[in-house]
Each structure stands twice: as C-alpha cells, then as structure tokens.
Ligand binder design. Structure first.
Ligand SMILES: Nc1nc2c(ncn2[C@@H]2O[C@H](COP(=O)(O)OP(=O)(O)OP(=O)(O)O)[C@@H](O)[C@H]2O)c(=O)[nH]1
Ligand SMILES: [Mg+2]
Length: 324
C-alpha cells in the first residue's frame, strides 16, 4: 500500500466502509477517486475504485428502474438545465429566486440550501431550468451532488463579487469540480470525467465594490470562463444571464405550422443547433416524420413559403410548414 495517502482519502475510505446505501457508497467512492494521489503507485487502486464505482452506479441505475429515488434527481423541463455551483452565501438561492420566482431558501447565513431546488428562468418565448444546489466547500461536495452537477447542460459558477475572497471562491469551485473530473468546456477531461459549459456569475454587484472587484477578477484571470455580473437585488445583469444561457445551450427555436393555419408562435420546439426539417417532424409527431412529403419555410435568408428539403438545417426562429 503506498504510504502517501492523504487524510482526505483515508476519511473517504472510512466513509466507504461505513456506507450502508448504494448512494452513500457511490458518494464515498467518488470522494476517494477525487482525493487519491495520482501517480504510478496508485494506478491499480484507481482502476479498482473506477471498477467499484461502475458496479455501484449500475446497481443504482437498476434500483432506480425499480422505483428507488435519487434525492438529487430533478425532472428536466424547458430548453435546458443549468446547475448553480458556489461557496456558502454566494447568492445562488437569491439568484434562482430573482429570475424564476421559485421558492428557495435565501438566508443571511451559509449552508441554507440542503437539496436541489429547480426554478424556471424565462428567456423570450422559452424557459431555461436552473437548479439551486447546496454550497461547495474546501471539503468538496455534499454526497450525491456530483450527479446533479453532471446531469446539467451547463454550470453557473457563482461568486460573491462583493467579498474580499472573490478569486479564492472561483478557484475553490473550479478545483473541487476538477478533482471530480469536471473541467470547463474546451479542456480535455480526465478518463470518466466531463468537460462542461461553465459561466462565471458574479453576484451582489449592487454591494460596493462588487462591480469593480468582479472586473478586476476578469483582468487577473482573463478568459478562464465567460463572465456575467449580476445582482438579485437590483436585477442588473439578469436579462444578460438568460440570453447567455440560451446562447451557450446551442439550440434553435422552431415554430411548426399546419398547412392553411397560422403558425403556433406560442410554443416553439427547441432543437439542437444543426437539426433538420426531418428532426423537427420527428419531434412534432413520429407519424408525421414517416409520412412527410413536403415542407415550406418562413425564415431568415429565404423567401416566404419557400419549399425546403428534409435535410435542410434549421435556424433559430424559423417557421416550418409540414405536409404529410
Ligand atoms: N445586496 C445583495 N444581497 C444579496 C444578493 N444576492 C444574495 N444576497 C444576500 O446574500 C445572502 C446569501 O444569499 P443566498 O442566496 O442564500 O446564498 P446561497 O449561495 O444560496 O447560500 P447557501 O445556500 O448557504 O450556499 C442573503 O442574505 C441574501 O439576501 C444581491 O444580489 N444583492
Ligand atoms: Mg442557498
């Protein structure tokens, strides 16, 4: 056994031995994997942790099929899902409340959020789901939280811009994520990890000198993550936040139209950028996709009602008339 195992690793291993439920075992193994020193001498141990993790994850998946519950699971709604990650008191809950009106627990003391709380953030004619989460600390994540983080389409890394330790907040969040295999998009994730879209959200810029601090952070670490300055109090930056979330989701809104009827402009279909007329038909109705004969488009760069092929790539806010 290599002699250089850290106290954090040993305590995770102890937690694993004490774990009773599969979820506890998974959480402990994730923690062991995050804290084990990474060098040749631990190759075998790391492979063993990965093997046990996949075994327990499989068991959890099967249990879920039989009606077991994951306390961190949130049903997906809307065009995409962003999870909020930040240190205690960063203003995560206040932000979710301000943009969505969700009933989250906003409190002047840290560790006020214990489980995931979803809220819907409107953007023009669609909604984007935000998930308020318990805080990240130097010790890591609440057991089970990593699953909610990885299930999201993107992360809002929240830092209290009005606090002195702004840089440390960001570094801690990114380090805790990276230790668990989650790195910002554009970087190579470790084996079994994931590269995720992340935005750095500065909160409380209404509190002096929050706005200034946040700008200074941008100068200090240029280009680490796209940055957005916000205030739940004055609502500064909240529209920008919604727009930016929409943009990084990389989706298009498409309105379907039945022949001879006006388009349904109330409820767009939301499809991944690059989707085609056929993808839309499949989304509208499987039968329609099977019997699709013709399609016409009203949209950018086309004349109104121009016929389009099934493999035509859709743009945001196109209107498509489908004929079966
Ligand atoms: N002035 C001002 N205060 C804010 C703002 N956002 C949050 N706060 C305050 O900061 C404190 C913490 O906010 P929360 O939203 O509960 O923080 P949190 O990140 O959810 O905290 P945990 O759940 O403990 O991780 C509360 O007293 C909020 O009222 C803001 O934009 N402006
Ligand atoms: Mg909270």
């Amino acid at each position: 056994m290599p002699a250089n195992l850290t106290p954090a690793y040993l305590s995770a291993e102890k937690a694993f031995r004490a774990a009773k439920t599969t979820a506890e075992k998974i959480a402990a193994l994730e923690e062991m994997y995050a804290t084990i020193p990474k060098h040749k001498g631990t190759d075998k141990m790391r492979a063993d942790i990965r093997r046990r993790l996949s075994k327990f994850r499989q068991a959890a998946q099967q249990a879920k099929g039989k009606g077991g519950v994951d306390p961190f699971h949130v049903d997906r709604h809307g065009a995409g899902q962003f999870a909020l990650v930040g240190m205690p008191n960063a203003g995560k809950s206040a932000l979710v409340q301000a943009v969505s009106g969700a009933h989250v627990n906003v409190a002047p003391y840290p560790f006020s959020t214990h489980g995931p709380v979803p809220g819907m953030m409107p953007f023009e004619d669609i909604q984007i789901q935000l998930i308020d989460l318990p805080p990240v600390t130097d010790d890591g994540l609440v057991p089970g939280m990593l699953g909610a983080v990885r299930a999201a389409d993107g992360l809002l890394v929240c830092v209290d811009a009005s606090a002195q330790n702004l840089l440390e907040q960001m570094d801690t969040c990114l380090a805790v994520l990276e230790a668990r295999g989650v790195v910002p998009a554009g970087r190579e994730p470790p084996e079994g990890g994931a590269a995720m879209t992340m935005l750095l959200v500065g909160t409380k810029i209404d509190v002096e000198p929050g706005a200034e601090n946040f700008e200074a952070l941008g100068d200090l670490r240029p280009g680490v993550l796209p940055m957005l300055a916000t205030s739940a109090e004055t609502r500064q930056g909240l529209d920008d936040l919604a727009r930016t979330c929409f943009e990084v989701l990389d989706v298009v809104r498409v309105y379907s139209k039945e022949p001879g009827k006006p388009a349904d402009m109330e409820r767009p279909f939301v499809l991944a950028r690059g989707s085609t007329v056929m993808d839309l038909a499949t989304e509208v109705h499987r039968d329609l996709a099977e019997h699709l004969k013709r399609a016409r488009i009203w949209g950018s760069g086309m004349y109104d009602g121009q016929p389009v092929q099934q493999d035509h790539v859709l743009k945001d806010q196109d209107v498509i008339e489908l004929h079966d």
